[in-house]
Each structure stands twice: as C-alpha cells, then as structure tokens.
Design a protein around this ligand. Structure first.
Ligand SMILES: Nc1ncnc2c1ncn2[C@@H]1O[C@H](COP(=O)(O)OP(=O)(O)OP(=O)(O)O)[C@@H](O)[C@H]1O
Length: 246
C-alpha cells in the first residue's frame, strides 16, 4: 500500500488552473524533493495534501484510503491529516513556552500528560533544543523557531512529512543543522517526506527522488542523480543550468 497516490487532481482559482496532476504516487520511506520556478504551484501542492486548500476535482489515496475532492476539507479529513505533519515556510510560534508549542498537537490528539512530556522531550532532544523547553517560543531566533516547528511536526510521528521550504531565510549554519536533523530522522524512521525547496543543491543532498513542477504540472520525476545529471525536459535543463524559467 502506497502512503500517497494522486488521481486527476486539479486546483483552480476561477478560470485559472493552478495545479493539474493526472497521476502521481509516493513510496514509503522515500524522500522527495520538489523544485520548480516561482509560481509553479509547489506550495499549492503541499497545501492540498495537508487539506489546507480544496482541490476542484480529483482524489487522494492515503495508505489506500481514497478521499475525493469534495471530502478534502478539515472537517472530513481529520483522520487523514493525523497521518501527516506539515512544516510551513514561516512557522508561527504560539505565545507560550517552547514545550507547549511542541505539545499542542499531542493535546489535540488526547495523548495523556505524562506521555506528552516524554514525547516532547524526545522531540526537543532530536532538534537539539531540550534546554529551551521553558523559554517563550516567540523569543526564539529564526533558526531555532524552524527547529521547533520541525519538533512540533516530528512529535506526532507522522507517516508523511510535508516540508515547505524548511530552510528559506536561514543562514548556512542553521541550514546545515536542519539538514542534519532531517537526515537523522530519516535513518530512524520509515517516513515519506515531501520537501519543497528553492535550493537545488539541498534537493540533491537530501532527496532520493526529485520532481520538477512547472506551470502547475509535474513534468519530470526521477531518481535524484539522474534528475540532475540527465534531465529530459528542456525546461528542467534550463532550470538546473540557472536560466530563467517561467
Ligand atoms: N488562493 C489562491 N488564489 C489564487 N491564486 C493563487 C492562490 N494560491 C496560489 N495562487 C497562485 O497560484 C500559483 C502557484 O502558487 P504557489 O504559491 O503554489 O507557487 P510556488 O511554486 O510555491 O511559488 P514560490 O516558489 O514563489 O513559493 C501562483 O501564480 C499564485 O499566485
């Protein structure tokens, strides 16, 4: 059973088609890098998967459980959403402690207090911020906040992790820290990861496979090495070589 399959998915705004994916599937334990020019629909894609955006048509199958576009909303999709976790490009910190920020999702899921404490400490340890548990989350630096956002996602032990530009706006040291965390958790857990990134070298370093999203369509998908070394589509060749692609 695949963690995620997509069938005839379209997202539109008025007459404009923002995303059109006839078919795609994602395997267990594989990390996918999603790249493409600005406005290609990368964030829209992750937002649909995370039930934040309703598609016009199509369906998703998550571990074989098929959900049609009409059902892809928060109220009907909660059981699906609980299998995944999403880290936004600019994660918002709630005005409480770091500990409570990480614990929040567990509280919603009804995890008992003592178990919550155990899981939160483990997640904070994973991102190297156990000492920050009592700090106000809004006082964190950008890099620390991004690590806490990762901890907040990982504490839920998702089967599917969706990352939307997890290191944008971070300095190289923090980029390296986040990348190390992602690499480490992938060794420890059989999680499927979909990561949107603007950094081609980051996609190359971290991903097993890469997808090129262009004008709302996946026009190329391949093993990472082949994706970069022998791109088939001309737009991807241009994109990789740094030419402007619209
Ligand atoms: N809710 C919306 N209503 C109308 N248009 C939208 C909406 N959300 C996104 N768009 C448009 O859809 C297109 C895809 O946007 P999206 O943010 O998914 O692109 P992206 O590939 O993530 O871009 P970037 O790399 O710049 O973040 C853009 O042209 C954007 O303006």
């Amino acid at each position: 059973m695949k963690p995620l399959e997509i069938h005839n998915l379209t997202v539109a705004s008025g007459e404009r088609i923002l995303l059109s994916i006839p078919a795609a599937s994602f395997d267990e334990g594989v990390m996918y890098g999603i790249v493409g020019p600005s406005g290609a629909g990368k964030s829209t894609f992750l937002r649909v998967l995370n039930l934040l955006e309703k598609p016009r048509s199509g369906s998703l199958s998550i571990w074989g459980h098929k959900v049609n576009a009409a059902e892809l909303s928060h109220s009907k999709g909660v059981h699906l959403q609980r299998q995944m976790a999403f880290v936004a490009q600019k994660p918002a910190m709630f005005q409480t402690t770091v500990f409570d920020n990480v614990a929040l999702g567990l509280s919603y899921r009804g995890v008992p207090r003592s178990r919550r404490a155990q899981l939160v400490r483990k997640a904070l340890d994973l991102v190297g911020l156990e000492a920050a548990a009592g700090r106000k989350a809004t006082s964190l630096s950008g890099g620390e906040a991004q690590r806490i956002a990762l901890a907040r996602a990982l504490v839920l032990e998702p089967k599917l992790l969706l990352l939307d530009e997890p290191t944008s706006n971070l300095d190289p040291a923090n980029v390296a820290i986040i990348e190390q965390i992602i690499t480490r958790i992938r060794k420890e857990r059989a999680m499927t990861v979909l990561m949107v990134t603007h950094h081609l070298q980051q996609a190359r370093r971290l991903s097993d496979q890469c997808l090129f999203l262009h004008q709302g369509q996946i026009i190329e998908q391949n093993d990472t090495e082949a994706f970069f070394e022998s791109p088939r589509h001309e737009a991807l060749q241009d994109f990789i070589s740094g030419k402007m692609v619209y």
